[in-house]
Design a protein around this ligand. Structure first.
Ligand code: SF4
Length: 58
């Protein structure tokens, strides 16, 4: 599974709140790829929580 944050990100911090193992937010969100496999459920929750649909899960 691949997780990306696209250019729509507004840096709101919601994804880090939901799934801090994978997402870190400074100006925009970044993805810790090595943590994705162990955190699929919260990655999906974060994608649902993102207000601008910036988290792409493939
Ligand atoms: S929830 Fe979406 S908009 Fe907010 S920081 Fe995360 S990726 Fe960016």
């Amino acid at each position: 599974m691949t997780v990306k944050v696209n250019d729509s990100c507004i840096g709101c911090g919601a994804c880090e709140s939901v799934c801090g193992e994978v997402f870190k937010v400074e100006d925009v969100a970044t993805v810790n790829e090595s943590a994705v496999a162990d955190n699929i459920d919260c990655v999906k929750e974060a994608a649902d929580a993102c207000p601008v649909g910036a988290i792409e899960v493939e």
